[in-house]
Structures are given as structure tokens and as C-alpha cells.
Design a binder for this molecule. Structure first.
Ligand code: SF4
Length: 415
């Protein structure tokens, strides 16, 4: 490997990290250094990589790899052993110094650190842990730290990562075991899931201990997350949603991230030539949202997919797709129906439903009242009964979909 200075390494290793989608920082505990001790905080500031939390909060992270060299050869990965890319490697002190320097310049609020595997899984994990240890113990860094952990590494090392990090993640990589076997043959679904299970147990045990003893150590207070690549194998949206739901249930994941596969230079011949539409990734995030906040089951989301292809429609969101398929569940009476049915109405969000439930305790609501709580009353009308509104035949129209689907817009050439 040619001798590179830190700036050159940064250019290579920040670029290599851009393929990782799972750097949202939601849910961490608040820490700061206002007491004059330590450095950093988990709130405020501006930075390099912007990650958005589900609550809309935006935080900035230094998002880098420790190295883009790797002894594995996962077909979809630009950093795989056989890839013809320029390689670089930071030492642990270099990452520590960069993080502190970027923090002091107010560029970042935290660090997202991942890595290719160098030497062995244990050696790589030791280096990752050493970065976090040094930041926390030598420099009293109180900013956010998200560490990617390596499932094959010694469980004790993975555990140490959780003691220093706010969030840890272990990538499942692909939605199906067969896809993983084909595209990442050196990885094992069993080892990945075992590591996730151990992480879940440690997170729960520490949270319990923290309730009883203030002095109990922190352990990944922002939980664990994972990432799935979409469109690199034959998995359908139904497969992906079912897998994600299982991961939430079994391992208590904070988030599952979906990353649309993007063709890479010198790509392996077994990969598709084209990337999936970015809208597919967006629809999967919407489905994920429906399961986490709108009480949809995975089976509900699967029911919204096209029966022949198993894919969610790209032109309408999954909630509207479900409502159009199950018209018998509508219209829903805004003045009488329970929360779970109001949440099924396309165009009504969680906040709008809460406002409706609060307002209807005092008076009956008209369509105009509902209109003030939603962005698109046209989308709501076929599915709702209000004090002065009944959709009558509108709900049953055979051509309802084109009537309420968002209009396709011609992009402006010079916008
Ligand atoms: S182990 Fe990670 S870095 Fe290495 S080739 Fe596979 S996905 Fe890429």
C-alpha cells in the first residue's frame, strides 16, 4: 500500500463509507461537556455526513472506514478483496485525532466507524474498539459514536464495542439466507443472528441494571440497527418486509435500513447490471414506518404488494395500495371509528389521528375540519365519512387509483 497522508486516506475512506446507509443517530441519551469535563456533545452543530433521525432531527457525523481493505469477497461490495480500488488504512490514533479535530471545528457531533476486515475479524474489531475506547477514556469524548461490529469477532470484543458506543450495528446484508450464501459466501446468517441476539441481551440487561444502580455501565443506549441491500438478489419486497419484521421482533432492533444496491466498478458478473429504482427503497421505508407506527402487520404490507411479483407499487405509497385493495374496510367514520381504523385512512398521519381523537371529544368533525389536519384532502375523501360528507359511489369507483394517485410530474430541464 503506497504511503498516504491523512488527508488522502480521509478522501478514500470517507468515500468508501458512503455505501453504508445505517448511520442515523436517533434515540441516544443526551450527553454534553457543559460541566467543564470532557469534550463533545450529542446535540447541536453542523457537519460532514448528515443523518436524519425519525423525529426529523438532523445530526452530523464523521462517517469513515478504518480501512477499505478486506479479506472477504462479498460480490456487492466495492471494498471486496478482488475489487480494483485504491486502498487506504487509518491507524486507531489517526481516527481518534481526526474525530477530535473535526469536533473542535464544529464540523461533527459524532463518529460513525465501520471497516473492511484486515488480518482477522478479531484484529479488526480490536482496532475499532480501541478507537472508541481512546475517545471515551483518554479524551473523555461525549459525542455520539456508532460502531459497526463484526459478527465473526470474539463476543467479548463485540461486547466492549457496546460499552463505548451509543449505537452498534451488525449488517444482515441480504434479505434471504440463499442471497447471503450466493453473494457473501464467507458470511453466515447464523453467526450474524447470534451476534445480534447477544447484543440484544446485553442491551436489555444493562438497561435493567441502570434502573436499579445509577453506576451501572452504559451499553449501546441508542440500541442496535442493521442494513439490508435491496435489489442485488431476487428477494421481493414481501420477502424484505417479512425479514425486517422478524429482525425487529427477535432482536429488538432500533432500525432496519434499506440500501438500494448500486452497481460498482468492476462488478461481479452475478450482480444485476442496473440498480433498482430509488423509489423502491423509499417504498420499503414507508412500509417499515407503517409497521412501526401505524400498527400494520407484515402480512398487511405483503397484502399490499402485487400478487404476481411480490413488489410494492412504485407509483403509490403502500398505505394507499392497501386501502385500494381492501376497500371493504372503508369508508371509516371520522367521528366514531377507533384509532386503528383511522390510521388506515390514506392521507391521515399519526399526529392528525391524535388531533382527530382529541377534537371529537368536544364536537362532531366535518370534512373541512379533517382538511385542516391533512396535506391532501383529495386522498382522504374516498375513504372517510365526516359529519357533512359521505363518499357514496366514490369509494367503489373502478378508476379510483388514477383519480387519487399522485400525478406524474415532468421534471424541468433547468430546475
Ligand atoms: S466483509 Fe464487509 S467490507 Fe468486506 S467485502 Fe464483505 S461487505 Fe465488504
Amino acid at each position: 500500500m503506497a504511503q498516504l497522508d491523512v488527508q488522502q486516506k480521509l478522501a478514500i475512506l470517507a468515500d468508501a463509507a458512503k455505501y453504508d446507509a445505517s448511520c442515523s443517530s436517533s434515540g441516544t441519551s443526551k450527553r454534553n461537556s457543559r460541566d467543564g469535563k470532557g469534550i463533545g456533545s450529542t446535540d447541536g452543530g453542523m457537519g460532514i455526513c448528515h443523518a436524519y433521525a425519525p423525529d426529523g432531527r438532523c445530526i452530523s457525523l464523521l462517517k469513515i472506514l478504518l480501512t477499505n481493505s478486506c479479506i472477504f469477497d462479498c460480490h456487492f461490495c466495492i471494498n471486496r478483496k478482488s475489487s480494483n480500488v485504491r486502498r487506504a488504512r487509518f491507524t486507531a490514533p489517526e481516527v481518534v485525532n481526526l474525530t477530535l479535530a473535526f469536533y473542535r471545528r464544529n464540523y461533527i457531533e459524532g463518529l460513525f466507524l465501520s471497516s473492511g476486515i484486515i488480518g482477522s475479524s478479531n484484529y479488526t474489531m480490536e482496532q475499532i474498539v480501541e478507537v472508541a475506547r481512546s475517545l471515551r477514556e483518554d479524551h473523555h469524548f461525549r459525542g455520539y459514536i456508532h460502531l459497526k461490529t463484526i459478527p465473526d469477532a470474539d463476543p467479548e470484543l463485540v461486547h466492549q464495542a457496546g460499552l463505548y458506543a451509543d449505537r452498534v450495528s451488525i449488517n444482515v446484508e441480504l434479505p434471504t439466507a440463499s442471497g447471503l450464501k450466493r453473494l457473501a459466501p464467507e458470511k453466515s446468517e447464523g453467526r450474524i443472528e447470534t451476534a445480534m441476539k447477544e447484543m440484544k441481551t446485553a442491551i436489555i440487561d444493562t438497561a435493567d441494571a441502570k434502573k436499579r444502580y445509577k453506576s451501572a455501565p452504559r451499553f449501546a443506549p441508542a440500541g442496535q440497527s442493521t442494513q439490508m441491500i435491496v435489489g442485488a438478489d431476487a428477494a421481493t419486497d414481501g420477502d424484505i418486509v417479512t425479514k425486517a419484521s422478524g429482525l425487529y421482533d427477535r432482536f429488538g432492533l432500533h432500525r432496519v435500513y434499506y440500501s438500494a444496491f448500486s452497481p460498482i466498478p468492476d462488478a461481479s458478473a452475478i450482480l444485476p447490471l442496473k440498480r433498482p429504482p430509488l423509489m423502491r427503497e423509499h417504498r420499503l421505508y414507508q412500509s417499515d414506518w407503517l409497521m412501526r407506527f401505524y400498527d400494520y402487520t407484515p402480512a398487511d404490507v405483503v397484502a399490499a404488494t402485487d400478487q404476481a411479483t411480490g413488489m410494492l407499487p412504485l407509483d403509490i405509497d403502500p398505505k394507499l395500495a392497501w386501502a385500494l385493495k381492501f376497500r371493504g374496510s372503508f369508508p371509516v367514520d371520522v367521528n366514531r371509528s377507533p384509532r386503528e381504523m383511522l390510521l388506515r385512512v390514506p392521507g391521515l398521519g399519526v399526529k392528525a389521528v391524535s388531533n382527530i381523537l382529541a377534537a371529537r371529544r368536544w364536537r362532531r368533525l366535518s370534512l373541512a375540519d379533517v382538511g385542516r389536519l391533512t396535506q391532501s384532502i383529495a386522498k382522504v375523501r374516498p375513504f372517510l365519512i365526516a359529519d357533512d360528507w359521505r363518499p357514496l359511489a366514490l369509494s367503489d369507483r373502478a378508476d379510483l387509483r388514477p383519480v387519487i394517485a399522485p400525478k406524474k410530474e415532468q421534471l424541468e430541464l433547468f430546475a
